[in-house]
Design a protein around this ligand. Structure first.
Ligand code: HEC
Length: 414
């Protein structure tokens, strides 16, 4: 990514100005929550909107802070709903902490403050962005140009002789916006170009140079970039990587130089590839005799990485059904008639419930056709202490297992 051209001398002057402006600012109060900055959720929490549950927030998920209400001990953060609408959701303030602030987002906020004619805020944010080594050159150049344009426009308001100079500085802003757009920095380009109009309009009779960017296109792209970034963050935090990867791609198409999305892309890709590999492993295991248990554990590992992996979810559904048929078939009329058990259906059902709940606390169930009944009964005997079973519960399980093994050995009750 190449930023617009700037002379190194002007950068240096700007940076010196910024550093002196900053002296006296304390960096110690890192715990304070700053409006506009990102906050990170420190435990899994529920986002509320108008007092009602809105969505779960994962530990580590980040949101932009809109407001902190210490009296009510809550923070308002921006959240994008699935339909693309933006809402102010609340969280307990004790469940968030300040997150690392990206210099590029401070840079965008700075130029957006310029657009909104909050010039002091613009200078403050651009100064802050310039503290970052990688953003220093661009932030410094923008600071210098924005500041120069603001100064010459102020002068031109009282002195007609200064109008030509003001037009020249606005032209510089137009050129810069064009450079930013070409470098793929959509939101910066748009905000700077819009801010140029507004600044120029403050000086009656000033010739405002025409824009050099496609404003309609930039407006559309900036909106897409903002929306897709929020959705990408949200789905990434919830490990919905298939969705995250789509949002990242759409966001980068709208804003190719979006550094947060560029940083997120390889992370999403890496976990997606790992989930794909686990999916392949599961499919291979599934085809092997008694491979279902291994297939299931590969599927679970894969779904832990990527909760919206279509193939893994499908495979789990298929396998779960097949797995259940072999480990703990349901007590249906067909089951009862094949098992010819001396135990009533409700008792068998109770045994099944105990077996599927209490014996799965530490591991998966075994395939009933993989062992003799004697061996299975012996296992229940030795495991019942671990499972904390009463003699009556143990008897229920043994009855169920005996009946279920008959059914499984007979090829199932379907
Ligand atoms: C508190 C945890 C726990 C519970 C509850 C539990 N198991 Fe186990 N089970 C284990 C562990 C650990 C092993 C691994 C090896 C061992 O210690 O025998 C195991 C192994 C097994 C094995 C394989 C043993 C072998 O030799 O291959 C079977 C079968 C088994 N358990 C059945 C059951 C049944 C049936 C129940 C319910 C009555 C049950 N388990 C409940 C912890 C548990």
């Amino acid at each position: 990514m190449r930023g617009p051209h700037l002379s190194s001398a002007s950068v240096r002057i700007a940076i010196v100005a910024m550093l002196s402006a900053l002296s006296g600012v304390s960096h110690g109060a890192a715990r304070a929550l700053v409006v506009g900055d990102p906050v990170r959720v420190t435990r899994s929490e529920m986002l509320l909107f108008q007092g009602k549950n809105l969505a779960g927030a994962a530990k580590g998920q980040e949101f932009t802070l809109l407001k902190h209400d210490p009296a009510k001990k809550q923070v308002f953060v921006s959240f994008m709903k699935d339909d693309g609408t933006l809402v102010a959701a609340t969280l307990p303030d004790e469940a968030v902490e300040p997150a690392v602030v990206r210099a590029t987002s401070v840079l965008v906020r700075g130029v957006e403050a310029f657009r909104d004619q909050r010039y002091d805020e613009a200078k403050r944010l651009l100064t802050r962005a310039a503290l970052d080594k990688q953003q220093a050159a661009l932030a410094g150049a923008l600071f210098t140009r924005v500041n120069g344009a603001f100064g010459s426009a102020s002068l031109a308001r009282t002195s007609p002789a200064a109008k030509q100079a003001a037009t020249t500085t606005l032209q510089t802003l137009r050129d810069t916006a064009e450079g930013l757009a070409k470098a793929g920095m959509t939101r910066l380009a748009l905000a700077l170009d819009e801010g140029t109009d507004r600044l120029g309009a403050q000086v009656p009779g000033l010739t405002i140079p025409p824009t050099k960017v496609d404003r309609a296109d930039l407006t559309k792209r900036a909106a897409i970039s903002q929306r897709e970034t929020m959705l990408a963050r949200q789905s990434f935090a919830l490990k919905q990587l298939v969705a995250a990867s789509k949002h990242v791609a759409a966001g980068l198409e709208a804003e190719p130089a979006h550094d947060e999305l560029k940083a997120m892309q390889p992370l999403v890709q890496k976990d997606l590839e790992e989930a794909d590999t686990l999916c392949k492993t599961a499919k291979k295991m599934q085809r092997q005799p008694n491979g279902a248990v291994h297939a299931l554990s590969a599927i679970d590992d894969g779904l832990k990485l990527c909760t919206d992996h279509t193939d893994l979810r499908e495979l789990r559904k298929t396998l779960a059904a097949a797995f259940e048929e072999k480990t703990s078939p349901q007590v249906t009329p067909a089951f009862v008639s094949i098992a010819k058990a001396g135990t009533s259906a409700p008792m068998l059902e109770e045994g099944r419930k105990l077996y599927t709940v209490r014996c799965t606390e530490c591991h998966d169930l075994e395939m009933l056709d993989g062992r003799t009944l004697t061996s299975l009964s012996g296992m229940v005997g030795s495991m019942s202490r671990r499972a904390g079973l009463s003699d009556a519960e143990k008897a229920r399980i043994l009855d169920y297992i005996a009946a279920a093994k008959t059914v499984v050995d007979a090829g199932g009750a379907k």
